[in-house]
Design a binder for this molecule. Structure first.
Ligand code: BV8
Length: 229
């Protein structure tokens, strides 16, 4: 087996579940009481901006009440200590990876703690509500800020960087994702085609489990520290 030098890790909502943040495709299929298509598309935002702003304002506010769990902490330790290349690609928009100390990190679906200005395209760090139409810190225009979130039909952030990392990966690890959303769900195939070994750590088998060399079933808070050690 080739020595592992370069690692790409993909995380999804499941890694934040034990911190108390809701996953997307829970048993009731609803997401915090909403249908995904009602709050996670540009069309939804155009149709009812107040609803979409309130949905993300509530999720941004909820960050104050949660902390990183042992899975985030273990990945941050790996990030500090790993001598080879490492990239943590997260589909999550929470800031728990950063708060645990991770730095080689890319939010491909955007971040709750960032706002995007429709007037000047600037992205600004943001902590409060956006629903009451605050002014853009960059251009000063009021009421032009939207959540800096990649909605369905929008291009994920960092795709070139992600594809370059996958091409060089010896190991691809997927943690806490259902494998329901593309292009993230296809990364395992890209990595495998480039010769990487592939490992899935998840609470249950996912839509992509058959694509992995190995799948370990269990909570991320238990599996990830064990895998990192
Ligand atoms: C795009 C915003 C192109 C953030 C989200 C084929 C190729 C390319 C695109 C497509 C394609 N087919 C269809 C598409 C379109 C679409 C798509 O994938 N649709 C799906 C529904 C079929 N994709 C897109 O639109 C993407 N954009 O492709 O652009 C393009 C090209 C050119 C020009 C313009 C555009 C954009 C997708 C991003 C959408 N945004 N959210 C937010 O609001 O939070 S998606 C949403 O789902 C979140 O980002 C989330 O991260 C993501 C995936 O969900 P998961 O993280 O996996 O969460 P989920 O609840 O599903 O699963 C949790 C898992 O954890 C479960 O398996 C569970 O068992 C496990 N778990 C639970 N507890 C634990 C646990 N595991 C471990 N421990 C635990 N304790």
């Amino acid at each position: 087996m080739t020595a592992v030098r370069n690692i790409v890790i993909l995380t999804g909502a499941g890694i934040s579940a034990e911190s108390g943040l809701a996953t997307f495709r829970g048993p009731d299929g609803l997401w915090e009481g909403h249908r995904v298509e009602d709050v996670c598309t540009p069309e939804a935002f155009a149709r009812d901006p107040a609803l979409v702003q309130a949905f993300y304002d509530a999720r941004r506010a909820a960050l104050a009440g949660v902390v990183p769990n042992p899975a985030h902490v273990a990945l941050a330790r790996l990030d500090r200590e790993w001598p080879g290349k490492l990239l943590i690609v997260t589909q999550n928009v929470d800031d728990l990876h950063e708060r645990a100390g991770a730095t080689r990190l890319l939010h491909m679906h955007g971040e709750l703690c960032s706002a995007l200005c429709l007037a000047c395209d600037a992205r600004s760090r943001w902590a409060g509500d956006l629903g009451d139409g605050p002014a853009c810190p960059a251009c000063g225009v009021a009421g032009a800020l939207r959540p800096d979130i990649v909605w369905f039909g929008e291009m994920p952030y960092g795709m070139e960087r992600i594809e370059a990392a996958l091409a060089q990966a010896d190991l691809f690890v997927s943690i806490g994702t259902s494998g329901a959303v593309y292009p993230a769900a296809g990364f395992v195939q890209v990595a495998a085609a480039c010769g990487a070994r592939t490992l899935e750590l998840n609470l249950e088998r996912s839509a992509g489990s058959d694509l992995f060399d190995e799948t370990c079933i269990g909570p991320a808070g238990v599996l990830v520290p064990g895998w990192v050690d």
